[in-house]
Ligand binder design. Structure first.
Ligand SMILES: Cc1cc2nc3c(=O)[nH]c(=O)nc-3n(C[C@H](O)[C@H](O)[C@H](O)COP(=O)(O)OP(=O)(O)OC[C@H]3O[C@@H](n4cnc5c(N)ncnc54)[C@H](O)[C@@H]3O)c2cc1C
Length: 468
């Protein structure tokens, strides 16, 4: 019987992929995928100490696969286009990562360890407690170096090599896959029993469209949001965030919550939600998620996501009836509070982690109803439609537009995926513009690589072995 996990990630003969549009996409989820892959590929005898593996991409997914494979004594080749592994998060000292907090409202959201039950097979690098992304990279660097000392003979490291394509081997009867790589323009080939493609998501959309040259900061780039003056000498800047997915929601929370509160876990711990309210959120998420699982177009998601937003709003309204919640939020809110606008194109946010969705609805509702300035911070049914630099010429480079003022205006959108309506508002100005429009489509990749990434694959993954 075909293995359903391997089948879901099958790209071509004995080539599997965790790249492209997988969902959920967190680092923890990618580590879980890699562990499952190694376990299942061994069970199917696709890889073994006599059947070598090639892993393309040295991010958390690729490195987790390499470490798990070496643990099982499988000869492994790592192909990474950069000079170092884990390059995406290496310099990011402004994002907090916790192995379980995004599992909220599941019951183990505050356990902060991976795996939660020590007797179960864990990740190649145990992960305990929340930490800055760059710190997690340092820990994995050191685990990788230790593994090289221990099992270096089994590892072939090809840094600054790029995967070109993987295809069924026609020349080597002992190996199923031929992998083509290139370095400085010249190509090489290697054979393996199986190949795992972990070359990441195609790229982030940080511009509002092809014709607009303003480019917001990349998600994993270090930024100054935790700085009291936002790196621009202004403690109360005007900030615009465009987007309604996890990237936008996370930045909204980082801007509106006191920077001494590092992660989602600390916010939920302070709020101490009544169990019944958490259960309502869990129930609503499960129902909506089951509907979204097979959606591809925005129109497929619209109904379940609007329903989910409504259900969460009911819980938010109930929660804000409690005096303790208002007092806690009063302490959690950043002081002074910048004027932040989250511009998103429908009544609901995009498909996102329930923790982000719930907390943004809670904070935005609180600011609107109870903040002394009655701040309206959610700009629903809107899209940025004009964006231009003030005092600088936008050129499509993050460096040029970062920390610079911009002029913008919005247009109305009736429904997500629908056409843009006319401009309605006058031009406004923003000190910081953050654009979180998700990921580029796979057609941006060279043609041979397009066949090796998953276009859209929504999955329910195990929560990395939580306690019953
Ligand atoms: C807006 C946004 C917000 C996110 N928020 C979070 C969050 O809060 N928490 C979280 O845990 N995750 C978050 N993620 C997801 C996280 O970024 C990914 O899960 C993680 O980076 C994926 O790891 P990976 O190893 O699959 O890919 P990557 O980290 O992208 O690594 C891919 C590696 O492959 C290499 N590579 C690329 N092409 C080739 C090639 N042709 N040949 C060889 N090597 C190649 C790259 O250099 C890189 O080293 C977010 C993602 C986005 C876009």
């Amino acid at each position: 019987m075909p293995d359903p996990f391997l089948l879901a990630h099958h790209a071509s003969e004995r080539t599997f992929s965790f790249a492209g549009g997988l969902s959920p996409i967190s680092i923890r989820d990618q580590i879980v995928r890699s562990q499952l892959f190694i376990r299942r590929a061994i069970e199917k005898d696709f890889i073994s100490p006599k059947k070598p593996l090639v892993v393309a991409g040295g991010g958390f997914a690729g490195v987790a696969a390499v470490l798990s494979a070496l643990n099982a004594d499988i000869p492994t080749t790592l192909i990474e286009k950069n000079a170092r592994i884990l390059s995406v998060q290496r310099c990011c000292n402004s994002r907090w990562l916790d192995p379980a907090e995004y599992d909220w409202p599941a019951s183990h959201w505050d356990c902060s360890v991976l795996p939660c039950r020590p007797e179960l097979a864990g990740p190649p690098v145990p992960w305990s407690g929340g930490k800055w992304a760059s710190v997690l990279v340092t820990e994995w660097d050191s685990a990788y170096s230790n593994m090289k000392l221990l099992k270096g003979a089994l590892l072939t490291e090809m840094l600054e090599y790029e995967l070109v394509v993987a295809r069924p081997s026609t020349t080597n009867p002992h190996h199923a896959v031929t992998v083509e790589v290139k370095k400085n323009g010249s190509g090489e080939q290697l054979d393996a029993a199986a190949c795992l493609v972990c070359i990441g998501f195609v790229g982030e959309k940080c511009q509002i469209g092809k014709d607009h040259l303003t480019r917001g900061p990349g998600f994993w780039k270090p930024d100054d949001i935790c700085d009291p003056h936002f790196g621009i000498g202004n403690s109360q800047p005007e900030i615009v965030i465009s987007g309604g997915g996890d990237g936008a929601l996370q930045d909204y929370l980082r801007i509106t919550i006191n920077p001494s509160v590092y992660g989602i876990k600390d916010i939920f711990t302070a709020l101490s939600l009544p169990p019944l309210m958490q259960a309502k959120c869990r129930d609503a998420f499960i129902k909506a998620n089951r509907m979204c699982l097979w959606g591809i177009e925005k129109s497929h998601d619209h109904e379940p996501l609007s329903w989910l937003q409504e259900q969460y709003q009911k819980v938010v309204d109930d929660l804000l009836e409690l005096q303790t919640t208002k007092e806690t939020l009063e302490k959690l809110i950043r002081r002074p509070l910048p004027r932040v606008r989250l511009v998103h194109s429908c009544s609901h946010f995009s498909s996102s982690y329930p923790a982000n969705r719930f907390l943004v609805q809670l904070v935005a509702t609180y600011l609107l109803r109870h903040h002394p300035d009655r701040l309206e911070t959610l700009y629903s049914h809107k899209k940025l439609c004009k964006l231009e630099g003030i005092g600088h010429q936008c050129d499509g480079k993050e460096k040029t537009c970062g920390n610079q003022r911009h002029r913008y205006s919005t247009c109305e959108v009736e429904k997500c995926g629908g056409p843009d309506g006319p401009h309605k508002d006058v031009d406004k100005e923003a000190d910081l513009v953050i654009i979180r429009h998700g990921l580029h489509d796979i057609d941006r990749l060279p043609q041979p690589l397009q066949e090796l990434v998953i276009a859209k694959c929504r999955q329910i993954l195990p929560y990395a072995l939580f306690p019953p």
